[in-house]
Ligand binder design. Structure first.
Ligand code: PRX
Length: 635
């Protein structure tokens, strides 16, 4: 594609110009496409930096995602296809989904969950996870899904931040054929969380788990006395739909609060534009529901559109390397949405696994979570899409609630460029700016900002308005700071260049360096730690840790193991580091800030650049030496 010019089409430019110029009427038209019980009085109340969308409007997410379809042909179509690693399957029509959600909603009411209460969900990728989300919001409660790869400590921290009374979990998750003891993890977490009074336990295996009388209630027992219908609770548009914790630059995760009305409108609109989704789509997003992608892309957007969703519980390459391609063929998946990390892994396995399957049902392919390198893009285009399917590289964040920069073939297919997320979606006023907030010239790296509110944006950080203002709205006046580096090229296309803050994307998972450092210094022997990301051919980024030991401790492998154990218990196995280096000193600025840029350059064997602000260059030498020694060791 080299040498070609790929300008945005005239139609896109006009559409976008009109959207930005008439923001409120633009979004109002989109809002009219989802079901409301009562129309809003005001499209937007912008009390910068707090946005309220569709104020006065009343709706219910569970009604929009399920009940609304029961009056049409969609009633008896499949809403959910579920499959696990062993090939066990379940499917639910919209009527059946309605039944399951209503029953659980009545159970939640009976055990005391009320409108506005927070329900914590710690569940594997089973259909009950979707039922639990929709049942919670049906009665006007708010869900907080905690990714089931998080440890008991991480789960406890999130529960304590919300002070939730009810938690829904399962006995086990199953991954790579292994049973993950979720209930045990929950039991450990609950020792630290006085607020939880009731646990609803989904038993999916015959294996024994501990039951605490009075607290733990069995899902299947509760359902026996459940009602078949619960009136969906009308909530105001700005009533929180969910809180989802995500990593920030301090050790304490941020509870991102999303609204009901704005969030649903935004996701309804953008899934039409980006994926051209309809009630005839068979839509498979491979993310875990524990992350924002799962919330928007597995549950709310596709179900609002009355599409069929595919849910797979398990590892991508287990029990055989073509499990995913088998699923696409088996269910006739039309839209496939995955991560660059997964694709990079499949590239390694070779194409013969793909060729075994007929993937001709596919229409649109998507990626999310991290930058996709052009080679991987080309591979995806050729081998999965057979050069027929546009690739939508969708840039967004937990905070944005939905996709922000992406091709939009459902609206107008602009020419694609491998490796570029292309252009902001209509109504999204994105810019790349320098340190002073002024736009940078084409081809120059800067910070990605959003200059106008959008309906999917976070309402705030749970119970922490100051942190919300400080994190997103203090760096540049009147602009939402994404903390991502980006560049616009001559044709106006956006290229995402990774995080500008101390957050890592490891296999697409978002992890704060401060969280990992906290887990390291929680060991009795670590005095100080610095974490950086190192480019990794599969995971995008891998975790590297530098540790200064307390007096009296000598570096050895047993300490490394203890550090890894501490990370696994404080955060979860997905935050396991790739390398740990013991050092005497860390390179710091005169004000005492660790110069991660230098650590990063060293681990990646790149030139260091300007070190003049360093307090003591010897420490750089030391780290270099440690690195060189390590390199020798692994050779
Ligand atoms: O750095 C960007 C990266 O993922 C970050 C947001 O992570 P999280 O809140 O976990 O949400 C991920 C899924 C929506 C962003 O700040 N990111 C996300 N999508 C892309 C991306 N980087 C490059 N290209 C993308 N398409």
């Amino acid at each position: 594609m080299e040498g070609k010019k790929f300008y945005p089409t005239k139609r896109y430019l006009e559409f976008q110009k009109n959207a930005i110029a008439n923001l409120e009427s633009f979004w109002e038209k989109e809002a009219e496409k989802i079901p409301w019980f009562k129309r809003w009085e005001k499209v937007l109340v912008w009390d910068e930096p707090f946005a309220k969308w569709f104020v006065g409007g009343m709706l219910n997410a569970s009604y929009g995602c399920i009940d609304a379809h029961l009056h049409s042909w969609r009633k008896n179509k499949v809403a959910i296809y579920w499959e696990d690693e062993q090939g066990n399957t379940k499917s639910f029509s919209y009527v059946q989904l309605h039944r399951e959600v209503n029953k659980l909603a009545s159970v939640l009411k009976k055990i005391g969950v009320e409108k506005g209460d927070i329900v914590v969900l710690y569940l594997p990728m089973i259909p009950e996870l979707v039922f639990s989300m929709l049942a919670t919001v049906r009665i006007g409660a708010i869900h907080t899904v905690v990714f089931s790869g998080f440890s008991s400590q991480a789960l406890a921290d999130r529960i304590n931040d919300t002070r939730a009374k009810v938690l829904i979990t399962a006995d086990f998750g199953i991954r790579r054929g292994k049973f993950v003891p979720l209930k045990d993890i929950v039991d450990n977490a609950l020792k630290l969380t006085p607020s939880i009074k009731k646990v609803v336990l989904i038993k999916r295996t015959e294996k024994e788990v501990k039951i605490e009388e009075g607290r733990d209630l069995l899902y299947h027992e509760l359902l026996k006395n459940a009602e078949n219908y619960v009136e969906p609770e009308p909530v105001e548009s700005t009533h929180p739909l969910y809180i989802l914790y995500t990593s920030g630059t301090t050790g304490k995760p941020k509870g991102i609060v999303h609204s009901t009305g704005g969030y649903l409108v935004y996701n309804y609109a953008t899934y039409k534009w980006v994926f051209d989704i309809s009630d005839e789509s068979i839509y498979w997003c491979t993310a875990d529901v524990g992350w924002v992608t799962g919330h928007s892309a597995i549950v709310y957007a596709p179900l609002l559109h009355g599409a069929t969703i595919v849910i797979y519980e398990g590892a991508p390459d287990f029990p055989y390397l073509d499990k995913w391609w088998e699923i696409i063929e088996k269910y006739g998946v039309t839209i496939f949405y995955t991560s660059p990390t997964a694709l990079r892994m499949f590239i390694r396995y070779g194409e013969e696994w793909i060729k075994k399957h007929d993937l001709s049902s596919l229409k649109i392919l998507g990626t999310v979570g991290e930058p996709i390198n052009p080679e991987v893009w080309e591979w995806y285009y050729k081998n999965i899409g057979n050069e027929r399917c546009p690739i939508v590289d969708t840039w967004w964040q937990t905070e944005t609630g939905g996709m922000m920069i992406s091709p939009s073939p459902g609206l107008e297919l602009v020419p694609l460029k491998p490796g570029s997320a292309t252009l902001p979606l209509p109504g999204i006023d994105a810019e790349v700016v320098d340190d002073t907030g002024n736009p940078v010239p084409p081809g120059t790296k800067g910070y990605l900002v959003i200059k106008k509110p959008w309906p999917g944006m976070l309402m705030g950080i749970y119970e922490d308005p100051d942190r919300y203002k400080e994190t997103y709205w203090s760096k540049f006046k009147g602009m939402y700071y994404t903390a991502d580096y980006a560049m616009k090229d001559e044709e106006g296309y956006f290229w995402l260049l990774g995080r500008a803050d101390e957050i890592l994307k490891v296999a697409g998972h978002r992890i704060g360096t401060a969280e990992i450092e906290g887990a390291v210094v929680a060991t009795p022997f670590a005095a100080e730690a610095a974490v950086v990301g190192m480019a990794d051919p599969i995971k995008g980024e891998a975790i590297v840790i530098f540790v200064i030991l307390k007096q009296g401790y000598n570096p050895d492998d047993s300490l490394k193991k203890k550090i890894i154990d501490s990370i696994r218990t404080q955060i979860g196995p997905f935050a396991t580091p790739q390398e740990i280096y013991f050092v005497e000193k860390l390179p710091k600025t005169r004000s005492g800030k660790i110069m991660r840029r230098i650590l990063k350059a060293i681990v990646q064997d790149k030139p260091i650049g300007d070190v003049t602000t360093l307090e003591d260059e010897a420490s750089v030498e030391e780290i270099k030496t440690a690195y060189e020694e390590f390199k020798k060791m692994i050779r």
